[in-house]
Structures are given as structure tokens and as C-alpha cells.
Design a binder for this molecule. Sequence first.
Ligand code: ZN
Length: 181
Amino acid sequence: MAILKVARMGHPVLRQKCTAIAPEMIQGPEVQRLIRDMYETMAEYAGVGLAAPQVHQPVRLVIAGGEADRQGRQKFRVLINPEITVRPGAEPFGMYEGCLSVPGLRGWVERPDRVNVRAYDETGKQVDFDLDGFPAVVMQHECDHLDGVLYVDRIEDRTRFAFEEEANRYLDLEDEDEDEE
Ligand code: ZN
């Protein structure tokens, strides 16, 4: 296992469209090692999610959290080649987002609060599930990375884009303000 270097905004790997992973490669050693290393990297930086391009691998793989398991512990999902669709009845869900690739900053972004996700999991099985609220937002943030999109591209009101310390002092942050994706 290894803690990987996280690419920061400005590195071209964060701006490219990532390539799909062939399903038969998922159980292979390369993809499995990437998943383990991404978990370790995300834990090191206390992230709530991480996308492969953030560790310089432009492939369609994300780890996304924000959900709780039955014991109330944070649950993470590994998703390969994810497809997100907004579900009927979705409302805007706004929060100050952060990103391990944009360290030290927070920006207000609104995204739909109900999505459906179809993907392969880390064993190569096809999965199809719904997410609501915060985990839905985390998933959209991570999947944006696979298309070279950063949350800063989605900030509409630039007055709500700030350094963390100033955001904590002057802006109305929510409880999740320590999460970076
Ligand atoms: Zn991010």
C-alpha cells in the first residue's frame, strides 16, 4: 500500500476526460492496487471521497463516502465507470464544498439532491442504487472529476468562495465543513 501524491488544481490530469476501465480488468492486480492506494491516500488526508485522476490516474474510478452504515460509521463505495442520472423530484442541495486538489478553499455549490448511480463495484459486479442529500452531492463531485470538472467551475456566486479559515469565520458553513473530496 502507498499514500499517493494528490494532484492540485492546475495539473492537466485534473482537466482531462478519463477513460473507462474494461470490466474484466477490475479484479486484476493493477486496478486492485489502485483501489487500495486510493483508500490509504483518502484516509491520510481525511477525505470523504477521491477520484482516480486526483492521484494522477486518468481512469473512471472513484471512492465516495458520506453515507453511514448500520453502526453509524462512514461507509465508502468504490465505483468504476459510474453513470449518474438525476432522479425526478430532485431539489437543489447547496453546501460549501472542498476538494483535496484545491486545498485550503471552500466554495458554495448547489447540485441536485437525488440521483441514481449505475456502475461496477470493486469486485466487478454491476450495481444500481439511489442516493439522497449529502452522499448524492459527494458522488456528483467525485464523478465530475472523471470529466475534468472541478467544483470551482460550479460556483455561481464568487463571493461565496473563500479560504477555509475566513469561511469558518465569516461564512455560514454547515456541519460537513471538514469534508474534502
Ligand atoms: Zn474533489
